[in-house]
Design a protein around this ligand. Structure first.
Ligand SMILES: Cc1ncc(COP(=O)(O)O)c(C=O)c1O
Length: 361
C-alpha cells in the first residue's frame, strides 16, 4: 500500500461544528434545530450580497477574475491601502497554512498559544515546522511569554485577536510592547476574524504595526458579521512583498465569482452590519445575566460567542443540549474539556438555549 509522507502522521484534521442537517439525521430530530456551534451570523447573509449572488449565477459558466480586481479595488479603498496589500482567500483560514508553507520548514519554528484557534497548530504541522506552544494567562494570549519563547530558528508567531475559543482580547498596550521587541526576521499573523464585533478602546489598531514596517499579516473575514461563511471569503493584509510571496502559493481561481460579488455588495450593507452588532451586543448582555443566574463561569467575550465552563465533562452537556435541538461546540481539543463555546444567537435562539440549559443541568 502506498504510504504518505511521515509528517502527515502528526496532523489531525480540523473538526468543524456539526451542520444542522447532520445532527437532524444522526439523532432523528424532527423539531427546529438551532446551530450555535460555528460563530455564524444568526441574521443570515447580507441581503445585498444574496441579490448580487443571484445576478452573478448567470455567469457561473465563466471562470472568476483570478486577481479579484474589482473586489480588491473596493476593499483597498475602504481600508486606505493599495490592492497589492491584499491577499483574497477562500475564507481567511486558507492563508494560515500558506503563511506556514512560505516561511517554515522542519528547521524553523512557529509560536502558538496553547488555547489559540486550532488551525494555527494544523498550519504549522502542514509545513512540518517546529511547533512551540506557550501557555495562556487568564485564558488570553500571553504576549510577554510568547516573546520569551522565541528561539533563533523562529520565523512565525500566530495570534488570534480576539481569540477563538476563549473570546479574549490582547490589549493595545500588550501588543505595542510585543511589536516593539519582536525581531525583524519574524512574521506575525494577526488573525482578526471577529474584528467587526469590537468597539473597545483598548483593542490594538494592527494597521499601526503594518505602517511601522513590522512583518505582519492581518487576517479578516466575511464569515462573521457579513454573514457569508457558506460562500467563503476572507483576506490578508500585509506589505506588498509579503503578499507577493504568499501569492506564489495561491491556487488559481481560489475565490469564486459569487464570493467576489457578494463581498463587494456586503461591504455596502452598513445596515446589516449595524443590525448584526446590535443583536450580538444585546445577546451578550442577556446571556451573561442568564449564565450568572445559572451559576456558570463564563469569559466576557469580544467576539460573537461565549466560552462557558460547566465544571465537569462538557461532552455530557453538549449531548443533552443537542438532543433538545441546540448544537454547541465542545473544545476539548483546545485543552478545555469542561467548557463549551456557544455562539450568540438571535433573541429567540438565546432564549431557547437558556431554557434548554435550565432543563438539562
Ligand atoms: C480565529 C478565527 N480565524 C479564522 C476563522 C475562519 O474564518 P474563515 O471562515 O474566513 O475561513 C475563524 C472561524 O471560526 C476563527 O475563529
Amino acid at each position: 500500500m502506498i504510504q504518505p509522507r511521515d509528517f502527515l502522521k502528526k496532523i489531525s484534521p480540523y473538526k468543524p461544528g456539526k451542520p444542522v442537517e447532520q445532527v437532524a439525521r444522526e439523532l432523528r430530530l424532527k423539531g427546529e434545530i438551532i446551530k450555535l456551534a460555528s460563530n455564524e451570523n444568526p441574521l443570515g447573509p447580507s441581503p445585498l450580497a444574496t441579490r448580487a449572488i443571484r445576478r452573478a449565477l448567470k455567469e457561473a459558466n465563466l471562470y472568476p477574475d483570478d486577481n479579484c480586481y474589482y473586489f480588491k479595488e473596493k476593499l483597498a479603498g475602504r481600508l486606505g491601502l493599495e490592492p497589492e496589500n491584499l491577499f483574497v482567500a477562500n475564507g481567511s483560514v486558507e492563508i494560515l497554512p500558506l503563511a506556514a508553507l512560505a516561511y517554515l520548514d522542519p528547521e524553523h519554528s512557529a509560536i502558538v498559544s496553547e488555547g489559540a484557534f486550532i488551525w494555527f497548530k494544523i498550519a504549522v504541522r502542514i509545513a512540518d515546522g517546529e511547533l512551540i506552544e506557550v501557555p495562556m494567562k487568564n485564558h488570553t494570549h500571553d504576549l510577554k511569554r510568547m516573546l520569551k519563547a522565541i528561539k533563533k530558528n523562529t520565523r512565525l508567531v500566530y495570534i488570534a485577536n480576539p481569540n477563538n475559543p476563549t473570546g479574549t482580547m490582547v490589549t493595545k498596550d500588550a501588543a505595542d510592547e510585543f511589536f516593539k521587541k519582536i525581531p525583524d526576521d519574524i512574521l506575525v499573523i494577526m488573525d482578526e476574524a471577529y474584528y467587526d464585533y469590537i468597539d473597545d478602546p483598548e483593542y490594538p489598531d494592527s494597521f499601526t504595526y503594518l505602517r511601522q514596517g513590522k512583518n505582519i499579516v492581518i487576517l479578516r473575514t466575511f464569515s462573521k458579521i457579513y454573514g457569508l461563511a457558506g460562500v467563503r471569503l476572507g483576506y490578508g493584509i500585509s506589505s506588498k512583498e509579503t503578499i507577493a510571496n504568499l501569492a506564489k502559493l495561491r491556487i488559481s481561481f481560489n475565490v469564486n465569482r459569487l464570493s467576489q460579488v457578494a463581498g463587494m455588495a456586503a461591504l455596502d450593507d452598513a445596515d446589516h452590519i449595524k443590525k448584526g452588532k446590535a443583536v450580538n451586543d444585546a445577546g451578550k448582555k442577556y446571556l451573561y445575566d442568564a449564565y450568572e443566574k445559572l451559576g456558570l463561569f463564563y469569559l466576557p467575550t469580544y467576539a460573537n460567542f461565549i466560552f462557558v465552563d460547566f465544571g465537569r465533562d462538557s461532552q455530557v452537556v453538549f449531548e443533552a443540549l443537542q438532543k433538545h435541538g441546540v448544537i454547541t461546540r465542545t473544545i476539548k481539543e483546545y485543552g478545555f474539556p469542561h467548557a463549551l463555546r456557544i455562539t450568540i444567537g438571535t433573541e429567540e435562539q438565546n432564549r431557547k438555549l437558556i431554557n434548554v440549559l435550565k432543563k438539562v443541568l
